[in-house]
Design a protein around this ligand. Structure first.
Ligand code: SF4
Length: 251
């Protein structure tokens, strides 16, 4: 206290996490995501769902399965069970019948029933809005929770699936040995203004262009910026504004 007044302490400065090492400058990263934003202005996930509950179920079922395969099974399932109560009323055996074309369906059916029960018992039949609560649900891991937070609740997250993991490492964009490491680096590297859609842009880029077996570099909108040793075309570098239609069809 000085002269009868209380001296206020300056609020501690929030530390900005250090930018992880990357082969790409901030300007190049901005350019990469700017092009993705032109190519797919409103990217959407491809898992069909009608509300947050069916989204949680669809994402939980999609582990080691394709979105198309999950959609085929859930279309009929969600017609009869689009709430935790209806799913419980259906019962594990019938859920199993609906999803038996999906890999690991026995275990997944068990989880769908268990997560429905937990939603009813602990969360008032509502899908919770925090990662900590979401990962309490049986069959829901960090990746599923991130997808739900992004698609159902509009939060900017980075759910690292097989495509994102491959691209982050292949392009040396955010190399990491585990999905968590890649997620952490991408979140810190991707310019804020592009973070919300980045998850879908990277998945769709991996699914339709930078494919696992053979990347289609000749159709790639970032070929001139890409520093992947697996790049199969040699595109000259200058950063020029090119209309997206020059790069072929997009899904
Ligand atoms: S240039 Fe080829 S390797 Fe690089 S991001 Fe495009 S498709 Fe992938």
């Amino acid at each position: 206290m000085e002269n009868g007044t209380i001296k206020k302490k300056a609020a501690p400065r929030r530390k900005t996490p250090a930018r992880p090492k990357s082969l790409y400058s901030q300007d190049e990263l901005k350019e990469i995501f700017r092009r993705f934003s032109i190519q797919r202005p409103e990217p959407k996930g491809e898992l069909e769902h009608v509300n947050p509950f069916t989204l949680v179920v669809a994402v939980a079922l999609s582990a080691q399965a394709t979105d198309a395969g999950v959609n085929k099974a859930t279309r009929a399932l969600f017609k009869v069970a689009d709430t935790p109560e209806k799913m419980l009323a259906l019962g594990e055996e019938k859920v199993r019948d609906y999803i038996k074309t999906i890999g690991l369906y026995r275990n997944k059916a068990k989880n769908v029933i268990a997560l429905s029960q937990m939603l009813v018992d602990r969360f008032g039949s509502e899908v919770p809005r925090t990662r900590e609560e979401l990962i309490m649900l049986p069959g829901v891991g960090r990746k599923t929770a991130n997808v739900v937070l992004s698609m159902a609740f509009g939060q900017a997250t980075m759910a690292v699936d097989t495509h994102i993991f491959r691209i982050a490492n292949r392009l040396r964009l955010a190399p990491g040995k585990t999905p968590d490491e890649v997620e952490d680096k991408l979140i810190r590297l991707i310019p804020d203004e592009y973070l919300y859609h980045a998850h879908h842009w990277l998945i769709l880029h991996g699914r339709y262009c930078c494919k696992a077996r053979k990347p289609e570099c000749e159709h790639c909108v970032i070929a001139d910026l890409c520093r992947s040793p697996e790049k199969t075309c040699d595109v000259p570098a200058p950063l020029v504004e090119l209309p997206p239609q020059l790069f072929g069809p997009t899904p």
